[in-house]
Design a protein around this ligand. Sequence first.
Ligand SMILES: Nc1ncnc2c1ncn2[C@@H]1O[C@H](COP(=O)(O)OP(=O)(O)O)[C@@H](O)[C@H]1O
Ligand SMILES: [Mg+2]
Length: 269
Amino acid sequence: MKTISFINMKGGVGKTTSVVEVATILATRHNKKVLVIDLDPQTNATLSFITLEEWEKVKDTATIADVLGMNRGASSRDDEFDIKNAIIKNAGNIKNLDLIPSHLELTFLDLDIASRTARESVLKNQFEKSNLDYDFVIIDCPPNLTLAPQNALMISDYIIVPVVPEMFPAIGLPLLINRVKKLKRDLRDCKVEFLGAVFTKVDVRYSVHNQQMNALRQNGLIPCFTTIIKQLAGINKAVAENKPATIKFPNEQVVEAYSNFVKEMLNKI
Ligand SMILES: Nc1ncnc2c1ncn2[C@@H]1O[C@H](COP(=O)(O)OP(=O)(O)O)[C@@H](O)[C@H]1O
Ligand SMILES: [Mg+2]
């Protein structure tokens, strides 16, 4: 089992889009068993796979908030909760793709579990308890490094950083890299490594994008994937339908780009 977290402290860089398409491609085109964990209270990844009605059925009793032991009245603590109860099998009728949905209340996770010991390891303990059997666990993170993403990093083998090469990424990236280093010093057993940055929403006609990609490739801060994901309308069409583009618009250029990205990713792992 390999676990990959998609992280960037910036929002709007394609984290969720990448998680949704990469997970769907792994499940449908590579026959991998995939678990998607949505750790972003925005629930965008969740609602790309399941409908609002489906989410409403589970939101009070069986989401990542319950897995992480948030104090939500009726629901139990994580030491009583079984992570398997929060897993939606074949989410959106996609074979091999399971989902742990998110919850808006996740915004308050840090407040809720602040006084607990080993609060970064709640997800890790859940995983260790339950013998989950997947080829890949793909995690969508919010644009910060608070407790939810810290829990993700504790179970992750790799970090992939989606980067829009428009404003100088050399400002935000060193901060992320240093913070992850610090977390690894502070948190025992955190073995995560950067697999690399992937350029997203790229407009190759725009000289700034080319300059920024070259700069980042040359400065050696983080390895960069060769495959780039261009700014393409296929994604907007898929978002409008609340479905992965890979399922709804398999012939769109953006799906081909993500498909190439997944091949490169599998080669690197
Ligand atoms: N390759 C792309 N081409 C065009 N639009 C994109 C592309 N990738 C993402 N988007 C759009 O950009 C916005 C932010 O993407 P999202 O994946 O939600 O970013 P994040 O999760 O990092 O906040 C969304 O509206 C999404 O549909
Ligand atoms: Mg997102």
